[in-house]
Design a protein around this ligand. Structure first.
Ligand code: SF4
Length: 457
């Protein structure tokens, strides 16, 4: 019998920017010194125009009609070779328009990374060494233990060995009930631990792009509204409410969410939609752990915990989603409930490494929100933190183009997830969940190392 085994693969292909993005680098040359150097090199290279005008940049920044006098700035990758070779002539710095990208949370670097991942479907490789900080706030304060990065673990990256990124959504039974053994499984497997969360803003085209991408990727997208014209109907997770129950019964979704803060719909949804997975959606607060345990006791199949779009929870003293997630996860573990329910986390998941880090903090999978709009070249018009008033305005797009950009983004994030899992020696992303022991927290290490040592000011 032929094997039905199929390796999960995301097909990426270029989906170039439709709206112009700023040049990252501003390249300029001191013109008189450049002219003097060109005269000198013209003699040295026997007036070979091509060579003289293109040096020293192998990326063709000086390959335009006017060479270094009018550099093609969009081609600059910031390798700094020209500055190292001709420090008296060349200056390369971040452009002002690049520095204005994003808001107080979305750094220009993060916006640029998402735009390019969505456009090329390739992992950004800088090749210049990492020049930034090694610790920081939020997810930047979590390091993963990559001590397993030895040759055999590369097998996962190069495809000689399979690393599973599939996760299960739904309630898992703790014992076998023989009277229900012939029923369909109460969980759904999705091949990548990422879904599209409800978007703060969008238009029909953005919605169509998200639906198409979810269908292609085998994942899901959350939406408050549901229309018969939606793309990827099977992939839609509606947010149910009292008035919409009849509509849901008519076309039962595979997964349904409800606002656990506003209504107590679980019993109703679970009885009217026996084949659906019912997930309680609730904001992360100081009491979320206790509420999560209560809901898990009542029988909900999963919890979708969300922070604001900057990854801060809704506590009186807001903390990062990574900290609040850990608390909820640990309370569920203490209550003996963790293995029964699925935890989805969203808010502030904006870079590929946030996925494994959120999973380490206790999530089974994550939801992305503003990241979707950034990938689709939405425009920053202010702060994006507030879910009700997010200043990220979508632009007019072609849904097919948008879907490909999102598929590319997932492809790149999937590759980076495999990279981390392989370096950690983990063959299945499910095993990463809550594995705090395989991570190091910057703040804790500082406390341990420097506690009691007075700082000179
Ligand atoms: S920094 Fe590198 S890519 Fe940019 S102009 Fe100089 S040599 Fe070219």
């Amino acid at each position: 019998m032929p094997s039905k085994y199929e390796r999960f693969k995301i097909e990426t292909k270029p989906a170039p920017h439709v709206y112009q993005i700023p040049n990252k680098f501003d390249v300029s040359a001191r013109k008189v010194r450049l002219a003097a150097m060109l005269v000198h090199e013209a003699f040295e290279y026997k007036l070979n125009k091509e060579v003289v005008l293109s040096r020293p940049c192998i990326y063709g920044v000086f390959g335009g009609r006017f060479g270094g006098f009018k550099p093609l700035k969009h081609k600059c990758v910031g390798c700094m070779r020209c500055v190292q070779e001709y420090p008296h002539i060349m200056t390369v710095k971040h452009s002002d328009s690049y520095k204005r990208l994003g808001d107080s949370f979305w750094t220009p670097e993060a916006v640029f990374t998402i735009l390019n991942e969505a456009s090329t479907g390739k992992i950004p490789v800088k090749g210049m060494g990492y020049k930034g900080a090694f610790g920081g706030e939020g997810f930047d304060g979590i390091w993963t233990d990559m001590s397993e990065i030895v040759r055999p673990t590369r097998d996962g990256v190069y495809g000689r060995e399979y690393i599973s990124t599939s996760v299960d959504v739904g309630r898992k039974p703790t014992s076998v009930d023989f009277s229900k053994i012939d029923r369909a499984s109460s969980t759904i497997e999705i091949p990548v631990p990422i879904i599209f969360d409800k978007l703060s803003a969008g238009n029909g085209d953005v919605r169509a792009a998200v639906g198409m991408a979810a269908e292609k990727l085998g994942t899901f997208y959350v939406s408050r509204e549901r229309t018969p014209f939606d793309f990827g109907q099977e992939s839609l997770i509606p947010i149910g409410n009292e008035e919409g129950i009849e509509d849901l019964v008519e076309r039962p979704p595979a997964i349904v969410e409800y606002d656990a803060e506003k209504s107590d719909l679980f019993e109703k949804l679970a009885s009217r939609l026996p084949s659906s997975i019912v997930i309680a959606r609730l904001p992360l607060r100081e009491d979320s752990g206790m509420i999560a345990c209560k809901l898990a006791h009542e029988g909900v199949h999963g919890l979708h915990l969300y922070a604001d779009y900057h990854g801060q929870d809704y506590s009186k003293e807001p903390q990062h989603i990574s900290a609040s997630l850990k608390e909820v996860h640990q309370q569920l573990v203490k209550g003996g409930l963790r293995d029964q329910v699925t935890l989805i986390a969203s808010g502030g998941i904006t870079l590929a490494e946030h996925v494994p880090k959120a999973i380490i903090c206790g999530a089974d999978l994550v939801g992305i929100d503003t990241t979707v709009l950034v990938a689709l070249q939405a425009e920053f018009r202010g702060e994006t933190r507030d879910r009700a008033n997010c200043q990220l305005k979508p632009r007019k797009i072609d849904p097919e183009w948008g879907a490909q950009r999102l598929v590319n983004l997932f492809g790149v994030w999937h590759d980076q997830l495999i990279e981390i899992l392989s370096a950690m020696g983990i063959r299945d992303v499910r095993r990463l969940r809550g594995d705090i022991g395989r991570s190091m927290m910057d703040a804790e290490l500082r406390e341990l190392s420097f506690k009691g040592i007075a700082w000179a000011t």
